[in-house]
Design a protein around this ligand. Structure first.
Ligand code: AMP
Length: 203
């Protein structure tokens, strides 16, 4: 199965990763995670991407598509993949259609006022897990590493990121609706409850 979870920043796309992996064996392909890894390792690609990310802008399509092509060709991904944070532009979606056949697209719809609270309270771990600050007892992730706040998860960065979503990514809702692949789900709720709805629509 090749699945896309579409949604604004903070809509809960990545939080579904452990569930989708356990239930369907889907590999989590999150372009944001891959880009952050490159930035941390100070690769040439990471250095190029950092400037865009720090300004709430999208990294150029050519860079992101190359990363996705690389990852998707790995053996592990044969089992099935779910894309998180990709595609983010119409051009990325068109390119993706040339590489793989997407089965379904789940759009997690969440009010922007809720997204603001989620993003600014979000703490992340290098292992990919995230947790809201109100649920953290200490700063330790279950993998043993320490949670941190992403540089772009601040109040001042939320606005440009949500604007970027509206102008560049939201048109994908129509794109996949026209392909008959779009399923819209209310993303305001507990992660587990939302996963139950996802399971219903996938089965
Ligand atoms: P995310 O972790 O998905 O919120 O992504 C963090 C940042 O990485 C975004 O704000 C973009 O600057 C960049 N990014 C991630 N995925 C993409 C993509 N598919 N296309 C362009 N930029 C991306």
């Amino acid at each position: 199965m090749k699945l896309i979870i579409l949604g604004a920043p903070g809509s809960g796309k990545g939080s579904q990763a452990p569930h989708l992996n356990r239930e369907y064996g889907l590999v989590h392909l999150a372009t944001g995670d891959i880009l952050r890894k490159n930035i941390k390792e100070e690769t040439p690609l990471g250095l190029e991407a950092k400037e865009f990310i720090d300004n709430g802008k999208l990294v150029p399509d050519e860079i992101v598509i190359k990363l996705v092509e690389q990852r998707i060709s790995e053996k592990e991904c044969e089992k099935g993949v779910f894309f998180d944070g990709f595609p983010r532009t119409l051009s990325q979606a068109e390119q993706l259609d040339k590489i793989v056949k997407i089965d379904k697209v789940i759009y997690l719809e969440v009010d922007f006022s809720i997204l603001l609270k989620r993003i600014t309270g979000r703490r992340s771990c290098v292992c990919g897990r995230t947790e809201h600050i109100k649920r953290l007892k200490d700063n330790k992730c279950e993998c043993g590493k320490t949670y941190y706040q992403r540089d772009d998860d601040t109040e001042e960065m939320v606005k440009p990121r949500l604007e970027t979503f509206l102008s560049q990514t939201a048109p994908l809702i129509d794109y996949y609706k026209k392909q008959g692949k779009l399923i819209t789900i209310n993303g305001d709720g507990e992660v587990g409850d939302i996963f139950e709805v996802i399971k219903e629509v996938l089965n």
